[in-house]
Design a binder for this molecule. Structure first.
Ligand code: ADP
Ligand code: MG
Length: 268
């Protein structure tokens, strides 16, 4: 059973189908991408999965359970975590406190744990320390978001999603505004999530990162999935080249050509 599956998931704003019968599957332990131009409906898809916008029709299953029946905080508690395109960090809190806020998943019975397992409180601190470590942010623990570069703030946003120790993390354009080197470093850190049993669903409008780090990619255009496949399949997919005609299409072909060339060299 896939960890996450949608069947004909549809979100309508006024007359517009921002998500139009979306079918995706994310296997546990995989790194799946969703790319599409601005306005394609990527953020809407994450919003629908996490309960920030209502769906009009369709099904979303998380571990086989009906996600759409659950209120947003229940989805988070079930192990679905997300980042926000607009970051939404708390500027008056330290980096560490920004993560602590997200790491707490209080339940009505949580006081019982304090009786039977008093170490649980430190468990939350451990989760935060771990998330900071995975994203190489430990040195910025006591800094405030305003002390950090844009790239570092993006990482804090990702670390915050990680601090809840989700089963699946949905990342909304974590590389936006990063330069090529920063984006490459981020890609490596994101791949390392798999070593911690965290499945990754990465959204971006830029092909570069997605083609480099994902095992499987869905391509969204005008609310519809127009292609799905491995990075090698996506690179040469006619519908994708069509949707990305222009600058990114050239980049796409160049990346493909470079790698094919690299492979030839390696085969010699
Ligand atoms: N809350 C909303 N109300 C009305 N229209 C919206 C809303 N959110 C997004 N849209 C529209 O839905 C489409 C998809 O938007 P979005 O999901 O943000 O795209 P992406 O993240 O791929 O750039 C756009 O046409 C956008 O204007
Ligand atoms: Mg978006």
């Amino acid at each position: 059973m896939p960890l996450l599956e949608t069947r004909d998931l549809t979100v309508t704003f006024g007359g517009l189908n921002a998500n139009n019968h979306i079918n995706i599957q994310v296997e546990r332990g995989s790194f799946v991408g969703l790319i599409g131009p601005n306005g394609a409906g990527k953020t809407t898809f994450i919003d629908a999965l996490t309960g920030f916008v209502p769906t009009s029709t369709g099904v979303a299953l998380f571990e086989g359970k009906d996600l759409l029946e659950m209120r947003p905080h229940k989805r988070a508690r079930a192990g679905l975590s997300r980042t926000f395109q607009s970051l939404e960090l708390f500027d008056d809190l330290t980096v560490e406190d920004n993560l602590l806020v997200a790491a707490h998943r209080p339940e009505w019975y949580s006081f019982l744990y304090d009786f039977v397992a008093p170490s649980r409180a430190t468990g939350v601190d451990d989760q935060v320390a771990w998330a900071l470590d995975v994203l190489d942010l430990t040195e910025f623990r006591t800094a405030h978001p305003s002390d950090l570069s844009h790239g570092q703030r993006k990482l804090v946003g990702v670390a915050r999603a990680l601090a809840a120790q989700p089963q699946l993390v949905l990342l909304d354009e974590p590389a936006a505004g990063l330069d090529t080197t920063e984006s490459h470093v981020l890609g490596g850190r994101l791949r390392s999530f798999l070593d911690h049993d965290i499945t990754v669903f990465l959204i971006d409008h830029d092909m570069g990162l997605v083609l480099n780090v994902c095992d499987y990619i869905y391509v969204l255009d005008f609310g519809k999935i127009i292609a799905a496949g491995t990075p090698d399949e996506i690179r040469v997919h006619p519908a994708v080249i069509q949707a990305y005609l222009g600058e990114q299409a050239t980049e796409l072909q160049e990346t493909g050509a470079k790698e094919a060339h690299g492979a030839d060299e390696a085969n010699r």
